[in-house]
Design a protein around this ligand. Structure first.
Ligand SMILES: NC(=O)c1ccc[n+]([C@@H]2O[C@H](COP(=O)([O-])OP(=O)(O)OC[C@H]3O[C@@H](n4cnc5c(N)ncnc54)[C@H](OP(=O)(O)O)[C@@H]3O)[C@@H](O)[C@H]2O)c1
Length: 293
């Protein structure tokens, strides 16, 4: 049994609550900006009504054993405002966000030995204020370390698959190769079927190739057929599925372009690798952010 706080209860925070709940025996605290009256999560295994404490002010929060951060990457500073109370007894912090810069984002708030980046693959969405849906199988990948194994133990017995890896760098960058082309949907204002259009597919392959070149320079083992792998995964998605960049743009919310395409540009610059397509995607998404569509 562990005391676990989830900071940011959106699509992924709701999914995490459902996994902890089915694993059983944990004391769950939901840290949100707006009060959550109840938490109902529809999962492929059934509908769960989760009992958890909800706090909306860091001053009300008590110390826990684990903090799971599930805000968007651009809300890292706001998420960290919860740490002084939640981590008062030295809690470990797992960061479940996209991108490759989990450690950089939280370095000034958490010591490296207590910080665990997590790659999460989980088709999830928030359907209303207190209703969430996990649409399919979920997988979380962490480093095979003491901290990674302790995180995996929290979820023993739940529907999500936990993977421990000795090569976390590759897991992070493989996901970023996938996420890099999500920008095309958000720019075209079309769901993922747009990647099946030949002209868009060519651009997508070139964006993945840029990301893969940077990934290799960062030490990831990414093969030459990564563009085929990425496009095969997208072809397996329903043509009308919307990635979160597109969903956020349509809803007039901020988008995570900086943690995705922006990160590829930044890391590329570090290695002297030019990434013009990802640079353009980041610049265009920044320019249209918040504009009515
Ligand atoms: N959705 C997916 O299927 C999926 C899959 C894989 C990975 N991811 C990644 O997982 C991360 C989370 O994504 P998401 O889709 O769950 O985002 P989301 O639905 O937008 O949820 C983020 C939540 O964080 C909350 N939040 C922001 N600042 C906060 C603060 N200071 N204190 C407490 N709560 C705060 C937001 O609150 P408000 O409701 O008040 O705005 C929102 O409910 C992202 O990095 C995303 O790329 C998502």
């Amino acid at each position: 049994m562990a005391r676990v706080a989830i900071v940011g209860v959106g699509a992924i925070g709701g999914a995490l609550a459902s996994f902890l709940w089915t694993a059983g025996g944990h004391e769950i605290t939901l840290c949100t900006r707006r009060p959550l009256k109840r938490l109902t999560v529809e999962t492929p295994q059934g509908v769960l009504h989760i009992v958890a404490r909800n706090v909306t002010d860091p001053a009300q929060a008590d110390a826990v054993d684990w903090v799971l951060v599930a805000t968007k990457a651009y809300d890292a500073n706001g998420a960290a405002a919860w740490f002084p109370a939640l981590c008062a007894n030295g809690a470990s912090v797992a960061v479940l966000q996209n991108g490759v810069e989990h450690r950089e984002r939280f370095a000034k708030y958490v010591s490296p030995d207590r910080l665990l980046p997590v790659v999460i693959d989980c088709p999830a969405e928030r359907t209303s204020d207190d209703q969430f849906r996990v649409r399919g199988p979920a997988r979380m990948t962490v480093e095979d370390t003491l901290l990674g194994r302790s995180f995996a133990k929290l979820f023993r017995g739940c529907a999500a698959k936990l993977e421990l890896t000795a090569d976390f760098t590759t897991a992070l960058w493989w996901k970023l190769c996938m996420n890099s082309v999500g920008a095309l949907s958000a720019l075209a204002l079309k769901p993922s079927g747009v990647l099946r259009e030949p002209a868009i597919e060519r651009v997508a392959r070139a964006m993945v190739a840029e990301c893969a070149a940077v990934a290799r320079a960062e030490g990831a083992c990414i093969g030459d057929s990564i563009d085929d792998e990425v496009l095969t995964v997208y072809r397996g998605h329903p043509a009308d599925s919307k990635n979160s960049l597109l969903a956020d743009r349509l809803a007039g919310r901020r988008m995570e372009w900086d943690a995705r395409n922006g990160a590829i540009v930044r890391k590329g610059e570090k290695h002297g690798i030019d990434t013009p397509l990802n640079r353009m995607a980041a610049a265009l998404l920044e320019a249209v952010e918040g504009e009515p569509v």
